[in-house]
Structure formats: C-alpha cells, structure tokens
Design a protein around this ligand. Sequence first.
Ligand code: G1P
Ligand code: ZN
Length: 544
Amino acid sequence: MNIRTLQTTPFTDQKPGTSGLRKPVTVFQKPNYLENFVQSIFDALESYKGQTLVLGGDGRYYNRTAIQTILKMAAANGFGRVKVGRGGILSTPAASCVIRQSQAFGGIILSASHNPGGPEGDFGIKYNTSNGGPAPEKVTESIYDRSKVIDTYHILEAPDVDLDKLGEFQLGSAVVEVIDPVEPYTQLMESLFDFDRIRELLTSGKFRLCVDSMHAVTGPYAKAIIEERLGAPAGTVLNGIPLEDFGGGHPDPNLVYAHDLVEVLYGTDAPDFGAASDGDGDRNMILGQRFFVTPSDSLAVLTANAHLVPGYRQGIAGVARSMPTSAAVDRVAAQAGIDCYETPTGWKFFGNLLDADKVTLCGEESFGTGSNHVREKDGLWAVLFWLNILAVRSESVEQIVRSHWQTYGRNYYSRHDYEGVDADRASELMARLGQLSPELKGKQYGQYEVDYSDNFSYTDPVDDSVSKNQGIRIGFTDGSRIVFRLSGTGTQGATLRLYVESYEPDSSKHDQDTQEALAPLIAIAEEIAQIRNFTQREAPTVIT
Ligand code: G1P
Ligand code: ZN
C-alpha cells in the first residue's frame, strides 16, 4: 500500500468555532476540504508517531465517507493504531471515555452536534486531546494557522475498511481496531451510578419514563443501558435508531425541537420522567410530569444531591458553569463551601479545571451537564444521575426542584436566540454594546440599577491563558443579569443570543411564568441593544 503525498491549496475559512469546525455538508464535499483540515490537525500535533487515535461520529450524513478518508490519512501520517466505533459511531461522551481509557494520543469526533444533518444539513469535525476533552484554544489556533498555509497532505492508497465488523485490521503500518461503541461507556456509567437501585425503580411498576434519542447517536446507548441493563420496558426509548438526516429533524433537546417528547410529558397520562439528547449525545433535557427543568437548575440540583450517588459520594471538589448559565449552582456551592468557577461558553474551558481537580461537576445553560468522569458534557450521564436521585428520594421531579428553590431561591432564566440574522448587523449590535457597556454602571432602568457591565474576559486559573471578548454582561444591583453574545457554532449568517436571569428568594413567588417574570429585563435588553432594529426581527427564533 502506497502513501501518497498530494498537492493542495489552503481554504481561508477553516477556523474552529465554539466546538470544532462546522460547515454545511456541501462545503465539506469540496475537493480537499476535509483532507486539508485533517492534515492541519496532524501538522499541528507533535510526537504522535506509533500512538493511538480514537475516531467516530454521530452517524450523520457524510460520517462514513469522512471516516474512510481520515483512517487512510491517520495511517499515512504515522499513527500506530486507530480505534474506530463500529459503523463509524461514537457519541461525543463515549469518544471522550475511549480516549481516556485507552490512553490514546487524541481523538477526532465527527459531528455538528445539534445542527440538522443530511445532504443539505451540516457536518463537523473536532479534535480532542489525550485528556479526552476538546482541544484548548492554543491547539485550535495552531490548526487554523496551519490550514491557512497548507500545501500537501498524506493519504494511504488502500481499499475501504469494513466498519461494521468488530476486530483488528491492518491498514499500511497502522492497525485499525473496530470497537463496540457502547460497551466501554456502559461500564463507566455502571461504575458511577447505583444500577440496582435504578433498576428497582424502573421495574417497580410505579414509575414510567420516556427517553427521546431524536433519531441521533444516543439511540443504541439508551437502549442498551435504560432498556436492557436497567429493565425499562421496550419502547421506552423513542426515535432510537440513528438516521443520517435525524429523520429530517433538528436534534436539539429543548422545548421547541424535542416536541415529540414534550407532547408525551405534557399530555394526559404523562409518564413521571422524560429526557432527550442531541445529535452527538452530549446534551440533555430533563422533564418531569408537565414540568421542565432548566439546564441551569439541573446543574444546581445535581450538585446539591451528588452525595446520594455512589460515584460522587466522596464529595465535590468544586463546580463550574459557563458565564451565561444562571447562578443557581453558585448558591449551592456557597452553602456547601466549595468553589464555583465562571468560564466562557464552550466545554473546552472546563478541561483544565477538571484535570486539576478544582471541579467535579460542570454545566452550561445550553442543555449541557457533565463531570470529571470524561472531558465532554454527557447527556445520558445526566439522565442516569437524575434517575439515581429519583430512586433514592422517592419524590417527583417537580417536588425535588420546588424544594430546591425553597432552600436556595429560584433563578428565573431564559435564553432568546435570533438565528440566521445578517452577520454584519449582528456584529454592529455587539460593537455598539461594547462601546456602551463601560458607561452603563449606575444607570437606572425602571426598578433596576446597573451594578456592572463589561465584555467578559477569562483568565484560566490553571494555565493563566486569557480569553477575551466572551460576551457583554450587564449585571444589576439585585443580582439580575442580561448577557449578549454571538454564537460560535452556527453556519448560516449570525445567531444572536440574549440570556436573561433574575433571582427570587421568596418561595411564594416561585409560580410565575418564566417569560412574564423576566419581561421587565427583556424590555431593558431591547432598550439597550435595539435588538429589533439590528436583527430586523420582531421576535426571537427560539426561546429556551
Ligand atoms: C453553543 C452553546 C454552548 C455549547 C456549544 C457546543 O455554542 O451555546 O454553550 O458549548 O453550543 O455545544 P454557541 O453557538 O453559543 O457558540
Ligand atoms: Zn452536542
């Protein structure tokens, strides 16, 4: 088998975003587009000859094609072994688990997460380092720098590997190992949670649940763990077969896109618990009977109840949340006397804190929760964590959340997304806010007085790296906040995200509708940022 070195010319748009490089499939299908980026990854790395690479994706359209190319390029570039999930499948958390367990050099995950798939949808590629987590900015920057000057790539001339057969195959001087994508992850979950107790609950006849895999990657994982291992009846997992186009849907677990599940949980004869996960399995949405748990509250509840779960019984070192995530978990951390870190948006910022044992649990408002068990957020992990708590406490989801609010107060929280707006106008909105924000302190808007306002900048406490321009925050003296930032994962125009939060300690006021409770702050956000004018939209595309 020959290694071929082929000439290429750079693309100018291969800058990784919040979570790797995401583009429409049609862009990835341009000759050499994928090859250039993969070679740029390899060129940006050092000393991987003979080492192990983990490879897999969420099964979306173009996954198998890309995997064959990457296998041949990894072999040509000198990796000794590539562990690839059967059928090219590995959920993002499972990939992180396999990288860590096999002490791999790193991994390549093929996914555009919750973005729609199919020939007209999106594709994505992301590099994870040996800790199992997304590459930090200094690595993604050097991949990008390399992509701007790349002139050759290396690829093995070889027939395609059979991805559907478990076992080891020789590919040039490398070994390709096709692994079971589910089993290593299942074992890790079993080591963290009380499977016996959860099984008792799920087979008691007194508790019903429904899990929506949204035609995406968690189907095989959820079936193996929740139905086969934990005894939930067949059919508990909805939409459990991964499809290349996710059934034409938008595999994002929120109240808008996970409507199948929402209908079940808000219908008559609703089950006790519902959960959904996204395209690549790292996100989760938790529902009780006619009750929605915000991701920010979910992180706070998991933290407050971690002592009930075997894997976390020995204690929580600290917690971290992304800056726009509500401060609900901060209150739990303060009462427990543990540290709470505020990081920029994106899971990559949690890696150092987890590696240094500064935090055990972390989460984002964007339906992401996770812990030190891997270095990615983990959808099914969150589901199992909740089930473990429910099994121990024998209360409903709603009771658990309401008693949490009673103890800590309630953080009303919502995110408004303006998707696919004009990119230049969105940048102007942000630039204008950047200019305004230093002058807002002390200003009065109705009953709200601005306490601080800035463009969030983060200094990593472990390696002192600085990440600037992470979003405009406007904090008020009563603890309420408004945050503005532009999405780093969208592929069409720009997406403006407005995050709004207010704190209510009085439990007699915990029954308000979220949008009503936040209405004064939403109006202030409009007044300050002129969202309608800049986006030319009357209302947000998605409210979560
Ligand atoms: C979005 C979320 C962010 C998450 C990322 C990857 O990024 O807001 O919290 O880490 O997806 O799942 P954004 O599009 O806002 O840059
Ligand atoms: Zn995802």
